[in-house]
Design a protein around this ligand. Structure first.
Ligand SMILES: Cc1ncc(COP(=O)(O)O)c(C=O)c1O
Length: 387
């Protein structure tokens, strides 16, 4: 079956954040929305069918996740990332954001130092700040060849920190961290007793030519000193299902985490999230492979267009995620002016880079998980203002 990612779907008036909150967020209801990280592609047929089939049932009562559910996730991870996990290591969380919030609350104490690596997914900041932990920023270094980690600084910061929240692959800068990079980070954390929370929600959105390495797959020691978060939600566009899985091989750590989740009474989850996730994990290989090719096409098209038509915009190779990271610093605009121009002159609703930390100022994150025709239109509008 050939899936049609070119089809334009009207998502307006579906209580969809990306479209129906444009007026609130941008002050302009008709910007092309390329901000919130979900996709404008139709849900895969086999997922819809599974959900519809269950929806035909008479009762939508409390439901647990059966062994086969976790087995489907373990098999997906082994097939796609060659990491052998066990269903016993897994636990449900109602989303990856709630997973790292609960890890912070359940596994660290007030005042503890927690390291993040900006520019990074903004809820990492909130998870630390909202619970009175101390934010430690191990800012990534922007080199000619792309973003890299600052290990010298990390060595110093790790001495007193309790946890590091890793974004693997990294949103928004699109890095698929290499084995050597993760090994170096992991060794520093091991040596200093820093627990690693590896957010791997984008692990199935790695571009051809790159390979995702699950942090915990690198060594038994790393596995025992980490929590990995996985979800089908980014890859299969199921964010509204609020369903994710944490993988914690260390029994003591797992019990502590699971006890904490249980204490919040949020471990029962939602029935359709489980149905959709299992269908994706069991039947999604072909859809996933076509999706990656399509997104890669969008990324290549956008990267070439920007380099040719807007050479003042800096863009690195995008190794993972369906977002590109654009640096407008060479234009000399203030952050405010750049945002104003993007919304009111170019007519684009993008994520302002400052959302991801101070170093993101004068940068923009652009979500390319939409039909090619939309990417083309958006880039033409951008060129009219920045070309
Ligand atoms: C790194 C990262 N983690 C987590 C999430 C969201 O996770 P969830 O919707 O499962 O809470 C996103 C969404 O963009 C993300 O980029």
């Amino acid at each position: 079956m050939i899936y049609d990612f070119d089809k334009v779907i009207d998502r307006r008036n579906t209580e969809c954040v990306k479209y129906d909150k444009r007026e609130d967020v941008f002050g302009k209801a008709d910007v092309i929305p390329m901000w919130v990280a979900d996709m404008d592609f139709p849900t895969a047929d086999f997922i819809r069918e599974a959900v519809i089939e269950r929806a035909k049932g008479d009762v939508y009562g409390y439901t647990f996740r059966e062994d086969e559910y976790y087995e489907s996730i373990a098999q997906w991870i082994e097939r796609h990332h060659q990491w052998k996990t066990k269903k016993e290591w897994m636990a449900f969380t109602p989303g990856v954001v709630s997973a790292f919030n609960m890890a912070v609350m359940g596994l660290t104490n007030e005042g503890d130092e927690i390291i993040i690596q900006p520019p990074v997914y903004h809820p990492f900041f909130y998870a630390v700040n909202n619970h009175n932990r101390k934010l430690v920023q191990n800012t990534l270094i922007d080199t000619e060849d792309g973003f890299v980690m600052d290990y010298d600084l990390l060595e110093k910061q790790a001495k007193t920190a309790k946890m590091l929240i890793l974004c693997n692959p990294h949103n928004p800068v699109g890095r698929s961290w290499k084995k050597e990079e993760l090994l170096r980070l992991g060794e520093i954390c091991m040596r200093n007793n820093v627990l690693v929370f590896s957010d791997e929600i984008h692990c199935d959105l790695v571009m051809p030519g790159f390979k995702h390495t699950p942090f915990a797959s690198l060594s038994e020691e790393f596995a025992h000193n980490s929590i990995t978060a996985h979800a089908a939600s980014k890859t299969f566009n199921l964010a509204g299902m609020a369903t994710s899985t944490v993988i914690i091989p260390n029994e003591k750590l797992r019990n502590k985490f699971v006890d904490y989740v249980h204490s919040t009474e949020s471990d029962l989850g939602n029935i359709f999230g489980k149905i959709a996730t299992k269908a994706a994990m069991e039947k999604g290989d072909e859809w996933h492979s076509q999706l990656i090719n399509y997104i890669k096409g969008n990324i290549d098209f956008a990267t070439d267009f920007i380099r040719k038509e807007m050479p003042k915009v800096r863009i690195h190779e995008t190794e993972a995620t369906y977002m590109i990271w654009l640096n407008f610093k060479d234009y000399g605009y203030s952050d405010e002016e750049l945002n104003r121009k993007m919304i009111h002159e170019a007519g684009l609703g993008l994520n302002s880079g400052n959302l991801f930390g101070k170093d993101g100022e004068c940068c923009m994150r652009v979500n390319l998980a939409c039909p090619r025709s939309v990417v083309e239109k958006a880039l033409m509008q951008m060129k009219d203002v920045f070309g």
